[in-house]
Design a protein around this ligand. Structure first.
Ligand code: FAD
Ligand code: DLZ
Ligand code: SF4
Length: 512
């Protein structure tokens, strides 16, 4: 009797645990394009096209290896439109002895999987996702008894575990664990940034683009031009290009933002990594090899490896450690509806226009923009945490709940009470002006606190801090800002709060 092995859209790795002991003489792999997954949030058309094309290419690679694949296309007549429906159909048609899956990236899907044995009267084996570098159990053991779960300490454990950037005497390479202080250079708009790859579009990709254009044109985001890698070979070419051409400057400009430069020196690898076309350890090892062979400096290599070996694994650990309660948290009671401009880009705030239009065009925006522009605005304005999370989950091609939720709710919105961030990433227009050239093109003035031209981030910043003083005052990293606020005259404080109310009213009325 065959085993049925289900592969989800973000499980496109030949080494995945659900395929480990496959018997190609009888087992069947199920891969399905389903409307429920494409629409539970309105995913960006580029994200849907990337995943459908990558799923079809992966199925083809399996078939070339002699594996029998039951591939359900979105437009197949019998497609029921959901994982539940497609597993049921496959179980009825193939009568497998067992269903084998790898744990999914979202709690929502895990709940479904737990129901399948009863629903379809079939044993379901849910295997660990060994593509990640720390299991839930390991993260739990590290987290146990700790008051604060700081990424930096988790990261050091991971460096030791995988012997990445470690010396024979057990010390970190270069003598320090972290070279972040060297990673804050300001790029010039006139710099020539590296060209990005554009991949050959196979007939499979062309078909998918046609379907996505027909079925999802109502979703936010531009489908074309489409440059994404859609199979492992193309993803490896992206990795190669990054390591050779881009990694050497990754560290220096990591926190910079420049208008009309959506990518700077970022890797653009997250979509491939999260879908399984690349693996985290191979990326870290390639980066380390570039340092060891003198092709990239330590500040860049350590900074890059920290994002993958540290942040990415830590974020996943937080998600599984605290779900499902984590998803219900809204510790700052942020409830204002998400303004339309998150979907249209129509606002006078140039920084928001810029990040939202890059997101629309590329299904991508780099980390500091997600955090300090769209995230920071949502934090300061008190936007509904669920609506903000749904936005992030929909618009980025690398977004799955395990990674999106702790980043949005925890890091950007400080909605988890400080599990992820030791203090809110709240910043005024002054910070944005220092870290970018956005303000040069803006209708607002980053140096004004009040008045018609005042940058909304300024008054909203102080208003946010005052609104949440009771919760934040005790935070060890906050006394300095409250001391500054207390030095303002009563009249100035009143004017700032009045201005903040004005900004929020204008936001609600679509005039900001
Ligand atoms: P690079 O800057 O080149 O970094 C290298 C790699 O490090 C990335 O590919 C990614 O795999 C990893 N990485 C870096 N930072 C993080 C992080 N904080 N969490 C997890 N991995 C990280 N990342 C996602 O993969 N999916 C998301 O849905 C997502 N949502 C986010 C939402 C918000 C509000 C914020 C602030 C961050 C979010 N991130 C998310 C993290 C980060 O912004 C992206 O991983 C990064 O921008 C991807 O671009 P890149 O591949 O060019 O990254
Ligand atoms: C994101 C996504 C989309 C748009 N479509 C599909 C799909 O049709 N079939 C599929 O197997 N997976 C899809 N995915 C990815 C899933 O949403 C993802 O596997 C789960 O959320 C678990 O992380
Ligand atoms: Fe953004 Fe304010 Fe600068 Fe305008 S002035 S770009 S709103 S930070």
């Amino acid at each position: 009797m065959p085993l049925l092995r289900l592969i989800l859209g973000d499980q496109l790795s030949h080494t995945i645990s659900s395929l480990e002991d496959i018997d190609i003489r009888q087992d069947v792999v199920l891969i399905c394009e389903v409307m429920e997954e494409a629409t539970y949030v309105p995913h960006h058309p580029k994200k849907i096209a990337f995943l459908f094309s990558a799923m079809r290419h992966f199925a083809q690679e399996l078939q070339v290896r002699g594996v029998s694949v039951r591939y359900v296309k979105l437009d197949d007549e019998a497609n029921t439109g959901s994982f539940d429906g497609e597993v049921k159909r496959a179980v009825e048609a193939l009568k497998p002895q067992k269903l084998v899956v790898t744990e999914p990236g979202e709690y929502r899907v895990l709940t479904k999987m737990h129901s399948w044995d009863k629903l379809f009267s079939i044993p379901v084996e849910i295997r660990t996702d060994e593509r990640f570098l720390a299991t839930g159990k390991e993260f739990g053991a590290w987290a146990k008894g700790k008051k604060q779960l700081r990424m930096e300490f988790f990261y050091r454990e991971m460096r030791k575990k995988y012997r990445i950037l470690m010396e024979a005497d057990g010390k970190p390479t270069g003598g320090q664990w972290n070279y972040d202080k060297e990673n804050r250079k300001t790029p010039k708009a006139a710099m020539a940034f590296p060209k990005r790859l554009s991949h050959h579009k196979s007939a499979i990709t062309e078909d998918v683009l046609a379907i996505v254009s027909k079925r999802f044109s109502n979703h936010f985001g531009r489908l074309e031009p489409f440059h994404y890698a859609v199979n492992r070979d193309q993803a490896l070419a992206e990795l190669d290009h990054f390591i050779k051409e881009i990694l050497p400057s990754f560290g220096d400009y990591q926190d910079a933002m420049l208008s009309r430069e959506p990518f700077l020196y970022h890797s653009l690898l997250s979509s491939y990594l999260n879908a399984g076309l690349l693996l985290p350890l191979e990326i870290c090892q390639r980066a380390e090899a570039a340092y060891r062979s003198g092709k990239a400096p330590l500040n860049s290599v350590e900074g890059f490896i920290r994002q993958i070996l540290g942040w990415r694994e830590y974020i996943r650990g937080i998600y599984w450690q605290f779900m499902p309660e984590y998803g219900q948290r809204n510790d700052l009671q942020a409830k204002l509806p998400l303004p339309d401009f998150y979907w249209t880009g129509q606002t006078q705030m140039f920084c928001m226009q810029e990040v939202i239009s890059q997101t629309r065009d590329h299904a991508y925006s780099h980390h500091i923009q997600r955090l300090m522009i769209t995230g920071n605005f949502a934090l300061l304005a008190g936007l509904d945490v669920k609506e903000v999370q749904q936005w992030y989950l929909a618009v980025y091609s690398d977004a799955y709940e395990w990674v999106e939720m702790p980043n949005t709710l925890g890091m950007a919105l400080f909605g988890d009470g400080g599990v992820v961030a030791s203090k809110p990433y709240a910043a005024s227009g002054k910070y944005i002006n220092r870290m970018s050239n956005f303000c040069d093109s803006c209708a607002y003035d980053p140096d004004s606190m009040t008045g018609e031209k005042a940058c909304p981030f300024n008054a909203l910043y102080w208003d946010f801090l005052v609104r949440h003083e009771e919760k934040l005052r005790g935070n060890q990293r906050m006394p300095f800002v409250y001391a500054t606020w207390n030095k303002f005259s009563a009249d100035k404080q009143k004017a700032i709060r009045k201005q903040a109310r004005k900004h929020l009213e204008r936001m609600i009325n679509g005039q900001l």
